[in-house]
Design a protein around this ligand. Structure first.
Ligand SMILES: [Zn+2]
Length: 207
């Protein structure tokens, strides 16, 4: 069983938005996992194999217990049955207590789609009728993180102090060297830190 499962659109989404929370959970003995819908072949000038390697490196830094990259096209993920069906087996495999995914208000259409897909898959995967096994599974909560705090004016409902794991967050962001996400991720962690009265924080939304 996985305690915290993230469902993301692109290889660097988790690292930018919530890698501190995942590093912290790991440090406290919880099991963590990540499902990524695309292999990030449309981000910047990086090739797909480069982004796959970067994602694998970041997954090792975060010591994820479950890590899967699906084969949906980057900039081509839609809220459709095939996408919901692709996620359900991973939800059943992991039986996560908490599912974390992208915020529907994010700028990238893939983020919007993955948010909707995850909500639908969490519901459907919990139905006995659709399960491949006898296991009962119901998540405790779906929580959301945003990768676009400039355009999205909503502010998180929960702040998590990640000061003690900031070095792990930095390393996981640096692993995505083709995308150069570290400055943005650090600015966000500092901004949320100021809001929370700590040095570095990450934010979660309840809906
Ligand atoms: Zn993304």
């Amino acid at each position: 069983m996985i305690d915290l499962l993230a469902v993301c659109a692109h290889p660097d989404d988790l690292e930018v938005c919530a890698s501190g929370i995942f590093a912290k959970a790991k440090k406290e003995g919880y099991k963590t996992g990540l499902v990524i819908f695309t292999r990030g072949e449309s981000g910047g000038y990086a090739r797909q194999d480069v982004r796959e390697k970067e994602a694998e490196e970041a997954a090792k830094i975060l010591e994820l217990d479950y890590f899967v990259m699906l084969d949906f096209p980057d900039a081509g993920v839609y809220f459709e049955k095939s996408a919901v069906d692709a996620l359900i087996p991973h939800l059943r495999n992991c039986s996560p207590r908490y599912v974390l995914t992208l915020l529907e208000e994010d700028y990238h259409p893939d983020h919007v789609a993955v948010s909707k897909i995850t909500k639908a898959a969490c519901f459907t995967a919990g139905l006995k009728k659709y399960s491949q096994d006898d296991m009962d599974w119901h998540y405790e909560a779906i929580l959301y993180f945003g990768a676009d705090n400039k355009r999205n004016k909503r502010r998180p409902d929960i702040y998590v102090d990640i000061t003690d794991v900031i070095d792990i967050k930095k390393k996981s962001c640096e692993a995505h060297r083709s995308q150069k996400v570290l400055p943005y991720a650090m600015n966000l962690a500092e901004e949320y830190g100021r809001a929370a009265g700590v040095k570095y924080a990450e934010g979660l939304f309840l809906s």
